[in-house]
Design a protein around this ligand. Structure first.
Ligand code: ZN
Length: 479
């Protein structure tokens, strides 16, 4: 009977299916168990989506940081921006990022003749400030240098409410009434006139014009958890030498400016009576057990720049652990701020953590003060997490000169083998370059923010381990 045969067939297939399903589930479980013995962060091979992995590592719940770094003969760029779980929010950010990028490339095209030995540079950075639950201020700074003596700078503020997946406009927070305009003008005037940084560059008439503008939107005003901040672009109310000024006003001074809804939301009254608790109980991580360095064995230092990354760095950490390999991570301060747990994990596994500055700017183009700001903030963030400040730094783009050496109190460290993984994003190409160029004592440059690099690392570890290399940190290479 045909019909019977058919039913039997369906039944057999179902049993087979269920069997395969259980077997694969069992294997996955076994796999996950093995993995948890060696690493106690979620290993990538457990079937968990990238997004899930990332979100669980970010210090800013529901937000990740994206980094793009590029280096060409006539320009270099470093772009950093936040990524949310919501497509519409991401679209608005990505529109802004593309707009700034397009504008830079147009300027670059127009200014090509004026670029001498110094390449043009474009930096899009942001600061993130938690305000209240699910509300963050994202403050972008767009900085461009195109050959002239002065760079261009502009800002853009996004205030995001993740509980509603929408951006909040400043006019929802600030009551734009006539008496408030007077109050804003008076408050800012006082602050500018008293500020050591700004007073000699300040133009009162520009501020007045801004304060009473017909279409006042308070577009670059943002909140932190305790202050209302007025941010201005370069040249907007001060001379260029003042840069892009910021006036921070504590809630106690601006209560009358805020809408009732926001006074309540920000718990302004409660915060005014609260004591400031600024106790950062630093959890000191003990360093892991010493691994003996054998003097007779060939050594190699793998180094990774531009991370940490909540997906790829963790995969690399797992691979390194499999081979009992140590490496050195030159991390970006702005990403350390997002993923502190990964830095702790690195230290726990005995890897070395070096400083790659906060925003990946070309240090040779900065003033001493700016250089220190980029380096010191990063060292401080690392020290707070692992109880030890980095000894080494790697200047972004490998750009260094006597001025930078003089200003920075850390040891600069470049590399000897550069497979240009960020450019090719091709595991075989990277592996072949490393294979062809390493010798005892090599320092290999890679970037732990690309998927292809993870694959390359797997091949490199397998090959070099077979060749008898020991994988050490940069400091161990020296010792
Ligand atoms: Zn870099």
């Amino acid at each position: 009977m045909k019909r019977f045969k058919f039913i039997f067939y369906i039944l057999a297939m179902s049993i087979l299916f269920v069997g395969v399903f259980w077997l694969s589930a069992f294997l996955e479980l076994a796999n996950a168990n093995v993995a948890t013995i060696t690493v106690d962060v979620a290993p990538a091979r457990v079937s968990m989506s990238d997004d899930h992995l990332k979100a669980s590592h970010s210090a800013y719940q529901g937000i990740d940081i994206v980094t793009l770094v590029k280096e060409e003969p006539d320009y270099q760029l470093a772009i950093h921006y936040p990524k949310f779980g919501d497509d519409q929010l991401n679209q608005a950010i990505s529109d802004y990022v593309s707009m700034t990028k397009t504008a830079f490339f147009e300027e670059l095209e127009a200014n090509k003749a004026f670029l001498q030995d110094q390449p043009a540079s474009f930096y899009l950075l942001f600061n993130i400030y938690p305000v209240v639950d699910d509300v963050y201020s994202i403050v972008f700074s767009n900085e461009r240098y195109l050959g002239g003596a002065n760079g261009e700078q502009s800002s853009k503020v996004f205030i995001v409410d993740l509980s509603q997946d929408r951006f909040i406009s400043q006019l929802e927070m600030i009551n734009d009434r006539q008496e408030n305009r007077d109050r804003v003008f008076q408050l800012l005037k006082e602050e500018f006139e008293q500020s050591e940084d700004y007073r000699e560059f300040f133009f009162l008439d520009y501020l007045e014009e801004w304060a009473y503008a017909g279409d006042q939107t308070y577009e670059n005003v943002y909140l932190t958890d305790r202050t209302l901040v007025f941010k201005f672009d370069k040249y907007q109310v001060t001379a260029g030498a003042a840069g892009s000024p910021e006036i921070k006003l504590p809630f106690v001074k601006v209560m009358g400016l805020l809408t009732d809804e926001w006074v309540k939301k920000l718990e302004v009254e409660k915060k005014l009576t609260d004591e400031v608790k600024q106790d950062n109980g630093v959890d000191q991580q003990g360093s892991s057990e010493e691994v003996k360095i054998d003097e007779d064995i060939k050594k190699i230092a793998l180094t990774f720049d531009d991370g940490p990354d909540p997906t790829h760095t963790i995969e690399i950490l797992r691979l390194l652990d499999e081979y009992q390999a140590r490496a050195t991570f030159f991390v970006l301060g702005n990403r350390v701020d997002f993923y502190p747990g990964i830095i702790e994990e690195m230290a726990e596994q005995g890897h070395e953590i070096g400083n790659h500055t906060w925003n990946h700017k070309d240090l040779t183009t900065l003033s001493s003060k700016e250089i220190l700001r980029e380096v010191e903030a990063t060292s401080k963030a690392i020290e707070q997490l692992i109880g030890e400040a980095p000894k080494l730094y790697r200047p972004p783009y490998g750009a260094i000169n006597d001025h930078v050496r003089e200003v920075v109190d850390l040891t600069p460290l470049l590399w000897t083998v550069d497979p240009q993984d960020w450019r090719y994003r091709d595991a075989n190409k990277v592996f072949n370059h490393v294979k062809a160029n390493v010798t005892d004592g090599s320092i290999v440059l890679m970037h732990d923010i690309h998927g292809a690099t993870v694959e390359a690392v797997e091949k490199i570890l397998a090959f070099l381990a077979e060749e008898g290399y020991q994988f050490v940190t940069v400091s161990e290479l020296d010792s």
